[in-house]
Design a protein around this ligand. Sequence first.
Ligand SMILES: [Zn+2]
Length: 295
Amino acid sequence: MDDINLVALVEQFADEEKCQSYLEALRWSDGVQCPRCQSKKVYRVQNREQYDCDGCRYQFSVTAGTIFHDSHLPLWKWFLAVYLMAEAKKGISANQMKRTLNISYKTAWYLCHRIRKAMQETTPSSLSGTVEVDETFVSGKKRHVGHGYRGNKATVIGALQRGGQIRLQVIPSTDRKTLHKFIHEQTAPETEAIYPDAWQAYQGIADEDTRHETVDHNQDEWVRGDVHTNGIENVWSLLKRSIVSSYHKVSKKHLNAYLDELEWRFNNRKNPYLFRDTIRRLIEAPALTYAELTA
Ligand SMILES: [Zn+2]
């Protein structure tokens, strides 16, 4: 992230007013607009961080109708949390967030989840070019069970466009139907090549303009020409290191949300405006209630 570093963050967003101005510029780049009636005839209420709509008389603040509104956290804590999550290559745990922001664990946990939710790509574009596909297993959180317990393992599938983006998803099974569905949803029809592992359920994924080749790890074959899955395997090691170092064990229920966070960071690894773009997502993000999360 070139758009911000920790020192700049502290200087730039030292008080609520500065954070509010930043949000205002991001939310209403061409002038303040009433969130209720969309009128632009809006006046600033003197000496208060409020606006008054001339159309419908609604009085509102820059956070009205956003995720920030119902939160008792000051904006600068939100901003710092966003920075830490966007910056942390291996993620940051709710416990670390709790200590860094001096807030309760519950608040930190909820905060992280809301930021994670905003990082979720709602309309992802299709991958194309050369795409590596692979599955991995992630063991989830399960207390008070013996060591050999396998019941809470989740299967994650990933697709990586070489030099481009990743898509990650928890899948219910590794059968042909599930794998083909994932690949068809995530890749463009004109994708040049798909390189999964040798698992037979991938057979038949090729068509007239898409090659399908595999290397057979069981036969000790890892690379043949440009046919390999090294890229997606690097993503798996990143995922596993995040889970070990930051999230410890992730519950199966929330695994997709963690995958979304990893995806967002990975896909924006060259984006110099990652901080700004994440804040913008939060402005637009739908509310995520504590009840929904813990249901
Ligand atoms: Zn209005």
